[in-house]
Design a protein around this ligand. Structure first.
Ligand code: DX5
Ligand code: ZN
Length: 218
């Protein structure tokens, strides 16, 4: 079976103690740090920008998995590369020039990802499979943490796995992931599990190792 990575989403962290929260999930066993960037335009919420990300980047060596819910996104690629992103994921729905955007990410020396919303078919990424390192299948409509997993995502994950085949592309799932659905999601083909509210819960640092381990062992 394929290696599984857990990527806690710091959208559900306590923003007043963001650097401590990032250090805490690192120590708790996170594989990647998932960073949700929301622009109040592509999605109906605003999170934070590259300056905030850069200021917490130094507290961990773990890869930063940056999910840009931004349109247009091209003007911000360089800033997030400079702020310490390792993977930069953009939405297939965010603009007409997806291939150009992916080339810009790789030109920065970063891994490139494409995200698809629940209403977007997997076939939307068929033409860019040679240009991506990660395919993010959204299991909620992006914009907020704490939403319920959309069951039809399992079928989309199976389609994504069939499309990707044995290419070196990670399949990431994001939204409503818990220890209760992680097994089904893994069986459907996901290898990277984003988890916001199910890791951060009430922001009680001492529970993070157990919460991450529960998803991993499921
Ligand atoms: C949703 C974000 C997710 C979100 C996940 O727009 O992309 O990363 O933080 O949060 P949970 O795990 O609570 O659904
Ligand atoms: Zn996300």
């Amino acid at each position: 079976s394929r290696p599984i990575r857990i990527a806690p989403s710091i959208l559900s962290a306590d923003f007043g103690r963001l650097a401590e929260e990032v250090a805490a999930i690192d120590a708790a066993g996170a594989d990647y740090i998932h960073v949700d960037i929301m622009d109040g335009h592509f999605v109906p919420n605003i999170s934070f920008g590259p300056a905030v990300m850069a200021s917490v980047r130094q507290v961990t060596q773990k890869p930063f998995d940056v999910h840009l819910m931004v349109a247009p996104v091209d003007p911000y690629i360089a800033a997030f590369a400079k702020a310490g992103a390792d993977v930069i994921t953009v939405h297939a729905e965010a603009g007409p020039h997806l291939h150009r955007t992916l080339q810009a990410i790789r030109a920065e020396g970063k891994n490139a990802g494409v995200a698809i919303n629940p209403g977007t078919p997997v076939s939307a990424v068929e033409a860019v499979l040679d240009d991506i390192d990660l395919l993010l299948v959204m299991s909620v409509n992006p914009g907020f943490g704490g939403q319920a997993f959309i069951p039809g995502t399992l079928d989309k994950l199976r389609q994504a796995r069939a499309l990707v085949g044995n290419r070196p592309i990670e399949i990431e799932v994001d939204g409503g992931i818990t220890a209760d659905n992680a097994r089904a999601v893994a069986d459907a083909g996901a290898t990277v599990f984003v988890a916001g509210s199910s890791v951060f819960g009430g922001n009680e640092t001492q529970t993070y190792p157990h919460r991450i381990a529960a998803i991993r062992s499921a």
